[in-house]
Structures are given as structure tokens and as C-alpha cells.
Design a protein around this ligand. Structure first.
Ligand code: SAM
Length: 289
């Protein structure tokens, strides 16, 4: 496959960097970080360690929520002049609970090309190793710290049928687990992925109560991502008894035995065979009395 020469002039590269293990920096990400005109990062001291480890001398400058107003026009100006800029965050994919979204939106709006160099992300890494359903899921990131907005968000999450991904700082983990237990019940499936890709990586579960039990005994430290199982489907609503009896009678009138009629109705209505059979039995007794 013929590949485009990278970095191309005037392009903003959104580069995924390791969430722990430095070996997870892809060769393509490394090459971009070596060759771009400049790199925008959250914290220059933090990111200079990564750049040093790969021998990159590309100039670094900070881009975070406190200097967006002053930095944005300057970055757009660099792109306009044909410079290539890489955007990285402290770890993982910029834009996922990290600054970057605004720069990407502004670059697109100004007509500049934005290319993502995919890389590690704590959310998807925790999800796929949790053993919980991951074909559909929702990402909540950090929940509101307190007040009604937090309560509402947790109530909403407790009813969500899809697997939910939540980020949390270690010193707030037990409080979050307690709030989730109250809203979702102690037995709701949950995995806490701790220190992913690092030497002390571990998964703690399989339920909210077992995670609480674990972290009450062992103080949470390091980085944690929670994977919460979806809310179980509501039990099938019971159609009125008379309606079920009527359907059973109709089936029996077509020539089915009582046992075949209950089996057929159980399959079509989701009701248990035993319950339908006892309905029939009770009806017979009522008639006899
Ligand atoms: N942009 C990052 C990403 O793509 O994953 C997420 C940045 S967010 C500011 C930081 C949060 O991500 C942490 O508080 C933690 O919840 C989660 N996280 C980051 N690294 C992790 C790791 N190695 N193991 C578990 N969770 C991690």
C-alpha cells in the first residue's frame, strides 16, 4: 500500500500516547512526534519525559483549559503557514476526558486537515478486558463531583441497559462505588481496571459489593477505570390472568392437549409453563366448585 508522506504541511495530528507502558507508543506516532514542527501538550514537564525517551527534539508548548484563548489563534496561524502540529495529552487519546476537542473543532472550522494517529485509551482498554458486554456501551468519563447533577447522572446510569465506562480518581473511588451500590444494587456486575498496562495492573470485581469489599481492605491507589454492567431488562409485564386463560382455552379448542397448549403459550408470551399450567388447573377447580 502506498502511504502518504507524514507529517504533511498544515495538518493537525491528534496523537495517542501510552497510558502507562511506553512500548505502546506506535511506530507511526513516534515518527510523527519526531518530525512535526511543534507539539501541543497539556503539561510540558510531563510530556518532555516521553519525548526524551524517543529522542525527539520537536519543540513543545502547553495547551490546556487555562490558555486556550491565547494559544488557539496562534496554533491556527501556524497551521495556516503550513506548519505541522501534533496534539498530545498527558496520556491516552487527546479529547477523551482531556483538552483537545476545542482545538480539533477550531482547526476543522478554519479548514485545516485533522488526522488522528490512533493509540491507547483507558476507556476501551478497560472495557475489552472486563468480560462485560462491549458491542454497545456508553462512556461517561468523570461524573459530576456533587449535588443534584451527580445524583441525577447516577440515577440515569443505574437504568442504562448498556455497559457504562466511568473514570475516577483513586481518592474518590470508594465514594463512587458506594453511590453506585445505592443506585444499582450490590450485585450489579462491575470491574475496576486499575493501573492498566503498568506493572501493578489488576482487575477488581465481579460486582459492586466485591469491589467495595476489596477497596475497604486495600486503599485505592493508582489510576482506575470502572466498567459497570448494564441494568437488567425489566421482567415481562404480566398480561391479565383472564386473557391468558382465554388464550389457553382457544389453543385447547384447536385440539392441543393442556400440556402442549401451555408450552405453546409459554413460548409466545414469555410466561413460565408452570404458571400457565397452574392457571389452567385452578380454572378447572373453580369450575368444579
Ligand atoms: N485521555 C485519556 C484516555 O484516552 O484514556 C484519559 C485521560 S483522563 C484525564 C484520566 C483518567 O483516565 C484517569 O483518572 C483514569 O480514570 C483513566 N486512566 C488513565 N490511565 C489509566 C490506567 N493506566 N489505568 C486505568 N485507568 C486509567
Amino acid at each position: 500500500m502506498i502511504q502518504r508522506l507524514e507529517p504533511a504541511p498544515g495538518v493537525l495530528y491528534v496523537v495517542g500516547t501510552p497510558i502507562g507502558h511506553l512500548g505502546d507508543l506506535s511506530p507511526r506516532a513516534k515518527s510523527i512526534l519526531m518530525k512535526v514542527t511543534a507539539i501541543a501538550c497539556e503539561d510540558t514537564r510531563h510530556s518532555s519525559k516521553l519525548l526524551k525517551s524517543i529522542g525527539s527534539n520537536s519543540p513543545l508548548f502547553s495547551f490546556h483549559k487555562h490558555n486556550i484563548q491565547s494559544r488557539l489563534p496562534r496554533i491556527l496561524d501556524h497551521l495556516e503557514k503550513g506548519q505541522s502540529i501534533a496534539l498530545i495529552s498527558d496520556a491516552g487519546l487527546p479529547g477523551i476526558s482531556d483538552p483537545g476537542e476545542l482545538l480539533v473543532a477550531a482547526s476543522r472550522k478554519a479548514g485545516h486537515e485533522v488526522i488522528c494517529i490512533p493509540g491507547p485509551c483507558a476507556a476501551t482498554t478497560a472495557l475489552v478486558s472486563s468480560g462485560l458486554p462491549c458491542n454497545t456501551f456508553c462512556f461517561e468519563g468523570f461524573l459530576p463531583n456533587s449535588g443534584n447533577t451527580r445524583k441525577q447522572k447516577i440515577a440515569e446510569i443505574s437504568k442504562e441497559p448498556r455497559t457504562t465506562i466511568i473514570y475516577e480518581a483513586p481518592h474518590k473511588l470508594l465514594k463512587l462505588l458506594g453511590d453506585l451500590e445505592e443506585a444499582c444494587g450490590a450485585d450489579r456486575p462491575l470491574q475496576v481496571a486499575r493501573e492498566l498496562t503498568k506493572i501493578h495492573e489488576e482487575q477488581i470485581g465481579p460486582t459492586i459489593s466485591s469491589a467495595i469489599h476489596h477497596f475497604q481492605k486495600k486503599k485505592p491507589i493508582g489510576e482506575c477505570t470502572l466498567i459497570l454492567g448494564g441494568a437488567p431488562p425489566p421482567p415481562p409485564s404480566n398480561p391479565p390472568t383472564e386473557e391468558l386463560i382465554k388464550e389457553l382455552r382457544t389453543l385447547i379448542q384447536t385440539g392441543l392437549s393442556a400440556s402442549d397448549a401451555t408450552r405453546q403459550l409459554a413460548a409466545s408470551s414469555g410466561q413460565s409453563k408452570r404458571m400457565l399450567y397452574s392457571l389452567l388447573h385452578k380454572e378447572k377447580l373453580d369450575k368444579a366448585n
